[in-house]
Design a protein around this ligand. Sequence first.
Ligand code: MRU
Length: 353
Amino acid sequence: MNEFKSKIRTIQWIDTYSRMVDQTLFPYEFKYIDIKTGQEMFDAIKKMIVRGAPAIGIAGAHGVVLYAQELENENLSREDFIKKLLEKADYMATSRPTAVNLMWAVEKQKEIIKNSKSDIKGLVEELKQNGIKLENEDIEINKKIGDFGSTVVPKGASILTHCNAGALATVGYGTALGVVRSAFAKDNSIQVFADETRPRQQGARITTLELTMDGIPTTLITDGMCSYFMKKGMIDMVVVGADRIAANGDTANKIGTYTVAIAAKYHNIPFYIAAPLSTIDINIKTGDEIPIEERSHDEVTHINGKPVCAQGVNVINPGFDVTPHELITGIITEKGILRPDYNKSIAKAFKNQ
Ligand code: MRU
């Protein structure tokens, strides 16, 4: 149990730099790149070389270590070092706006910076060790999410998922796909329906790739097809990841998730979110306060560099939508499955941390 064939490790700290899978190359190549400066990490997050809320959280934590290593070479006073590093950390947290794991992980590094009593060298080492700790914890948390989630997967279930909330959206194992992996380990008759997930096609390019690598039966469908298969009785449950969850359970996830949730409600199909507590932003009351990333129009107007529409047409491209808490059957976390009333169950999960 809890092992997976492909053993994908999306991001890993190696001695003085961060190594990550380049997700812009999928599904053609599976290649690692080494990120050696803070600015390179900022760009890697922004350009989605690394993506998925928990993975970009760890990337942000690594990015702060990279900045710390650079500043260490500048012969600054300890006071100036800390001032500049906190500025760099805040900058790193702006590389993408919606996934709160990024701000959460950078904040964890800022706590070390503010509270450390060490000299500069010692502080850089503390940040490095904290980055490695957060990285390893991510996999353990996902395995717990997987174990809790597997208890609500019916025997032989067909599970619909949207976007990619797998090993490749985390350090390893995955959140929504962690649930799939743990369920598959108990019952290899389950199968996955993967939404293509326009415009960036994370479902087609990434989810089908990693599930196929693990030998988990997967059927690719386009985004508009989910209600058709629900009506036919071919979907037993939905499990998706999350980029930010408000205190009342409203959940931001990849654009198109809200449509899937409405369709699931109409067809009486359980709709679960799988995410670590670090994806819950208890500082915001409802999903209305979640900042939604507006992405490049080229993602909509082009596929593989080729235009797919009339030149000059108007385009809007929000990267995420917010599923209202009323549509969510449960939120699967490392502390168990949270149920409505989410204001209460989320507050309780945070209290027991
Ligand atoms: O824009 P991305 O690819 O970083 O977005 C990721 C998602 O929205 C995924 O759906 C995922 O569920 C959240 S990360 C586990």
